[in-house]
Design a protein around this ligand. Sequence first.
Ligand SMILES: [Zn+2]
Ligand SMILES: [Zn+2]
Length: 361
Amino acid sequence: MRAALLHAVGDDKLDIRDDFTLTPVGPTDVRVKVKATGVCHSDLSVLSGVLPMPLPVIPGHEGAGEVVEVGDHVTTVKPGDHVIINWTPACGTCSNCLAGQPYLCMTFVMESFTLARFRYGGETPAFGMAGCGTWAEEIVVPWQGAIKVDPEVPYEVAALIGCGITTGVGAAINTAKVRPGTSVAVVGCGGVGLSVIQGARLSGATTILAVDPLESKHALAKKVGATHACTPDGLMEAIGTLTGGRGFDYGFEAVGKSASIMSAWQATRRGGDVIVVGAGAMDDVVPLSAFSLLFEGKNLLSSLYGGSDVRRDFPFFAELWKAGKLDLESMISSRIRLADLNDAVAALRSGEVLRQIVVFD
Ligand SMILES: [Zn+2]
Ligand SMILES: [Zn+2]
């Protein structure tokens, strides 16, 4: 079967080849034929080494597909079911899972660094990003990593729910718990930032400012729910005109850089919530003073995978989409083939595209 492989961090091109095989399906595993997968910024972070992964690795973590085989002990899905891939499968028994924070479960994260489920060129092992690797025609994941979804939801929509939507909408609804009538600033208008904007709109925020250096993204941000938009250079002026200089009730960072975390911090009012959604690098230190952390009274919150329990939230977001409350069509900038992934990566690096979705036959 075909997949796109990264041999080494910093490689210019992915090796798109057709000689992959999968390890056998274990008793608690599920084999999924991938039908659609997104090209997300976190995939770029694997290519650049910002997100460390074992190598060689097949990127891709935002995906949906059809179950083709299940292990003997799997009862949650059966062949033919449509599923969304969950890139943080939760074991259900560790202290994080028992604390109601399945998005912090490390059980399968650790396993993904030692368990290579792909083979190529004969017997050479290859890993899947976060234990999935959806830039492949088929994948094997633990049953907790394949969440059943209503077959009426198209695969491309389901794929978006697998990462960008859950991360962004979840950050607004689960982590920040945005309240009606409040003001929200969102720094970064990629797929996740636009999802935060949609979550803020759904929550009843009345002022939603989209901040992005690319003016081409401002119109789209407004289409999905932003009431205003500006470039980072215009942020101070927007704080003045939209909040009387007080700052926004919530400041979201959806880029994954210390500079944009500081922008979100500055955009947020005293006592407001600053929510870090973007995945940044280990050596990118946020320059916040101890003085500011106490005396500005702001709450610095982390929102990993939208603070979601995906067993509850994947179907929830699918329902919101079916009810016309989530605009996922506008988020897809192009539909591509697996063979186009190198071009797609280059396009995402330029920042001009939104969500490119690989569709499989
Ligand atoms: Zn766990
Ligand atoms: Zn992602």
